[in-house]
Unconditional design. Structure first.
Length: 320
């Protein structure tokens, strides 16, 4: 990044909100890419005002459908946009600044990855190691929280983001709770029951159960979450469709079946089967406007994307 983009409007004074130069640069990137969107969303994002709780944004279930169908969108309603690791195409993934960019771009849902460090603290990190997205090396599970806290998680993306940190789950929950937004929380990799319990406890300690949706590729983790906190909605991540996704969804008490775009395209009729059973379908990770259109017309409930600001604007345009 050779030149700094225009400054964010004064009404979006991120320095006063506790964000440094990285957030200013990232927000300006969003604004310079879509000034109309910035002008539209700025008045609707007051400081410290949390987003509506999930209870206020869930869809109503059609008559006779399973309770989980409240996560399905009604005919004609906009699909849900999930910011994959925050606005990861415009800011360093899984950082609070990436969350801020997504939020300022109008996205109400942040998707993350959570796994523990050596002393058990859950951190927001995708890879098993810190090598790719920080200035450090080694497996996250081999590093103490003090060591992780000292890492620079922004410079790898661009010099302007130097100093961004790997957030703890607690820090991300606090940020969302106080500044707005909901969390699609992925329990990353195989974790012990105690580690899953720590994640659930942190969500409950911050009174965020109404604004968190838990997903995982790991069936065992989902079972533990259901036992520990049956109030938390669950989503199963899949690369490809199960032979009988409805049976799997019912066995795991799923609110959503979250499958890859490629996986759903093999058998798109599975969408109707899951909807008939009251299970929402969210698709990952889709960055093409052509695929957004196709999936929207197919009737998926949500899309996980690295381009949340663009998809949010695209959805708004479809609704206009």
């Amino acid at each position: 990044m050779n030149h700094l983009p225009p400054r964010a409007p004064r009404s979006w004074n991120l320095r006063r909100l506790g964000y440094g130069p990285a957030a200013l640069v990232a927000t300006a990137l969003v604004l310079s890419a879509s000034p109309a969107l910035a002008a539209e969303s700025a008045p609707r994002a007051p400081r410290h005002a949390p987003s509506p709780t999930l209870a206020a944004t869930q869809r109503h279930a059609p008559s006779g459908a399973a309770a989980a169908s409240r996560w399905m969108r009604l005919s004609g309603a906009p699909l849900t946009v999930f910011a994959h690791r925050g606005a990861s195409s415009a800011a360093p993934e899984n950082t609070l600044v990436a969350d801020e960019v997504a939020r300022r771009g109008g996205t109400k849902w942040i998707e993350n990855d959570v796994q523990p460090c050596k002393d058990g603290v859950p951190y927001v990190l995708h890879d098993a190691t810190v090598d790719r997205t920080t200035d450090g090396t080694g497996a996250l599970r081999s590093l103490t929280s003090d060591q992780v806290n000292a890492l620079d998680a922004g410079s790898w993306f661009a010099p302007a983001f130097a100093g961004a940190r790997v957030p703890t789950l607690a820090a991300q929950l606090t940020d969302l709770r106080t500044r707005g937004g909901n969390l699609l929380l992925e329990i990353k990799g195989r974790q012990t029951e105690a580690e899953v319990e720590r994640i659930v406890r942190e969500v409950r300690d911050q009174n965020m159960t109404a604004r968190v949706f838990v997903q995982s590729f790991e069936v065992t983790s989902l079972r533990w979450v259901h036992e520990l906190a049956p109030e938390l909605p669950l989503g199963l991540l899949r690369d490809s469709l199960d032979a009988d996704p409805v049976a799997v969804a019912q066995d795991l008490h799923l609110a959503a079946y979250n499958v890859s775009d490629k996986g759903l395209s093999v058998r798109p009729a599975a969408l109707d089967e899951l909807h008939a059973a009251g299970v929402a379908v969210n698709v990952w990770t889709v960055d093409s406007s052509a695929r957004w259109k196709a999936l929207d017309e197919l009737g998926v409930d949500g899309i996980i994307t690295n381009r949340p600001t663009e998809l949010t604007g695209w959805v708004a345009g479809r609704q206009a």
